[in-house]
Design a protein around this ligand. Structure first.
Ligand SMILES: [Zn+2]
Length: 297
């Protein structure tokens, strides 16, 4: 009898340890997510903590795709970090639009890491960060191409589709909007796209598990109709701590909360890393030292 009890107790301990191991505690909300990923062929997405700016890395097998590269002041640190995690080549880079908080760091990426091609909207800017990027790409022979709406990039199991790119005087409205599909999961990247852009893509297939929220959570993006159609389970907001713009706006947070979307913010959680096997999605949070703009604890 004692032997049976001991065996039952042993089985209980093994189950309890296994349960704790297979669940992850969500550091933002304290919720317990029961997501178990197959540890092969994982997609990784890093939403970098670059303060009031934007930079995202998509990794799959040996492929690296970069969307924006933060402010100029973040560039050196970001390239160093990318190297430290084994990024030796970027085969596809998107500069969503010419504002400094998106392209500023990209000149450093071009100087420090081989980049095969950069896609950006067809526009010209006079400011220094744009000119520096142009100079670095000339020096390193990196071609700059203008993407077309509905253009697709297929890399192994990944499909990246250009949902929007503009040609207006308003740089935010030119933002390249991308949708990534990996097996049964979908990810939307909005750059600084405005409500007007959201209206333009409303009839497309925009439903996504994870939304990279447009324009750092500005109230001029994330319209109710748009969010309702995207129906994100998770929303990522790239935003600087105590930034002067008041991002993210409460009204955007309220709309997302109404949709029961879990919100992660770089000002609260540092760099947000997503992992997926194409079915489940898991998050963890890393202190990456890629933020050159403000001192962080
Ligand atoms: Zn921006």
């Amino acid at each position: 009898m004692r032997k049976i009890l001991r065996r039952l107790f042993f089985i209980f301990i093994v189950c309890a340890v296994g349960y704790v191991f297979l669940t992850s505690i969500d550091s933002n909300t304290g919720d317990i997510e029961e997501v178990v990923l197959k540890d092969e062929e994982l997609l990784e997405i890093y939403y970098f903590d670059v303060g009031e700016a934007d930079s995202t890395l998509i990794r799959y097998k040996n492929h690296n795709i970069l969307i924006d590269a933060g402010n100029t002041i973040d560039g050196k640190k970001l390239s160093k970090y990318l190297k430290s995690i084994g990024v030796t080549n970027i085969e596809l880079a998107f500069a969503t639009h010419a504002h400094e908080d998106h392209i500023g760091g990209m000149q450093w990426i071009v100087y420090k890491i081989p980049v095969d091609v950069i896609y950006m909207p067809e526009h010209f800017a006079e400011w220094k960060s744009y000119q520096n990027l142009m100079n670095s790409t000339k020096e390193k022979n990196v071609p700059i191409k203008v993407p077309q709406i509905d253009q697709e990039f297929n890399i192994e199991d990944l499909n990246i589709k250009v949902l929007w790119v503009g040609k207006s005087e308003d740089y935010n409205e030119n933002s390249i909007v991308l949708k990534l599909n990996y097996k049964n999961t979908n990810y939307l990247f909005m750059g600084d796209a405005t409500n007007d852009v959201e209206l333009q893509i409303l009839d497309k297939d925009i439903k996504s598990d994870v939304l990279k929220v447009g324009h750092h959570g500005s109230k001029n993006s994330s319209s109710a109709n748009f969010l309702y159609k995207v129906e994100p389970k998770y929303a990522i907001i790239s935003v600087g701590k105590d930034n002067e713009y008041g991002h993210p706006h409460d009204i955007v947070l309220e709309k997302l909360e109404k949709l029961n979307t879990t919100i992660y913010r770089t000002d609260l959680s540092h760099t947000i890393r997503l992992k997926s096997d194409g079915e489940g999605i898991k998050f963890d949070f890393i202190k990456t030292d890629v933020n050159g703009g403000d001192l962080r604890d």
